[in-house]
Ligand binder design. Structure first.
Ligand code: FAD
Length: 286
């Protein structure tokens, strides 16, 4: 199948992009890396009359450390998340997740902003943005705002981005020496979407957990924080009994869908296994 005919705009500023969207009466789509949108156009799952190409807007690019936050421009590509030294140091869950996202050809084009805007619940980057307590900078006709990741994911493929608004950047509170983190996922084959994946960011004093964020993906309609597991670990040493207590909360924290390929009970089992592995990794200082 081929995409329906569409017009094409190539703005060079955010304002031009917003104006182009408004001029199409909202029958428009922004396109970044095109790795999700182009297949959707080809299958006619989406058929906008205007495509607005974001690739030539310089203010959507760049990675910058300022005042304890790492600003990652929305057009930062998956392959850059893999290689950028600032991301590796201050937003390490993005770097750790990047090799698990699709394949090199897709990582060379796909952008972090596109992944966060799409918000596929099986995607790595949205979940890691939540695990790191990121804030999403969104600009629209009514101005700019920063939305905490905890409030950003609304439902399946639905975020706080309103029609016509642009995701400009991802702001991550800079991960420092005192943090420990771990990422992993369980998939049938490398490069496949995960059956279950997860990431942890923790602040610890010795082996005691002072603060922890635990996020799973591929377990529901959005990435999910395992808040009861977080509570079971906070203030405790990461001894096997604490890990077992956290694993025991998983059934209450997660409500994965039941399907024939991957029954809910299997995803819950995999999430418990993954949590044990991730906690084992942060228990050993790097
Ligand atoms: P696009 O395809 O250009 O856009 C996606 C959507 O986001 C569109 O609706 C677009 O309008 C909107 N959008 C894009 N940028 C913005 C912005 N700045 N502001 C507002 N809206 C915006 N992803 C994974 O996470 N894990 C995987 O394992 C994985 N495997 C894949 C395997 C294959 C074979 C393919 C084709 C894709 C796979 N993907 C996977 C998806 C891939 O990572 C996508 O590239 C990414 O999710 C979307 O990024 P993009 O820049 O290509 O966005």
């Amino acid at each position: 199948m081929k995409a329906r005919a569409f017009s094409y705009a190539r703005p060079s500023t955010i304002e031009e992009a917003l104006d182009a969207f408004a001029s199409a009466g909202d029958d428009a789509s922004y396109i970044a890396g095109g790795q999700s949108l182009v297949p959707a156009l080809a299958l006619r799952l989406q058929a906008p009359s205007l495509l607005i190409d974001l690739a030539h807007i310089p203010s959507l690019r760049g990675v910058e450390l300022k005042d304890g936050w790492l600003r990652i421009g929305a057009l930062t590509r998956h392959c850059e998340a893999l290689a950028d030294p600032l991301i590796a140091r201050h937003a390490p869950l993005f770097s750790a997740a990047a090799p698990f996202v699709a394949h090199p050809a897709i990582r060379n084009k796909g952008t972090l902003g596109g992944s966060l805007a799409l918000a596929d619940p099986a995607s790595e980057f949205p979940a890691m943005a939540l695990a790191m307590g990121a804030e999403l900078e969104i600009v629209g006709p009514r101005g700019a705002r920063r939305v905490p990741a905890d409030d950003y994911f609304v439902d399946l493929f639905q975020t706080a981005i309103e029609p016509g608004e642009l995701l400009v950047a991802i702001h991550v509170p800079a991960v420092a020496e005192r943090h420990r983190w771990a990422f992993d996922e369980l998939a049938r084959r490398r490069g496949d979407y995960a059956l279950v994946g997860g990431g942890i960011l923790a602040e610890m004093t010795g082996d005691r957990v002072d603060h922890i964020r635990i996020v799973f993906f591929s377990v529901g309609s959005t990435p999910v924080r395992a808040r009861q597991a977080e509570a079971a670990l906070t203030g405790r040493s990461l001894i096997p009994a604490a890990v077992a207590d956290a694993q025991a909360t998983i059934d209450a924290d997660l409500a994965p869908p039941d399907d024939e390929q991957v029954p809910a009970a299997m995803r819950l089992h995999l999430a418990r296994v993954l949590l044990g592995r991730l906690l084992g990794r942060i228990a050993e200082p790097a």
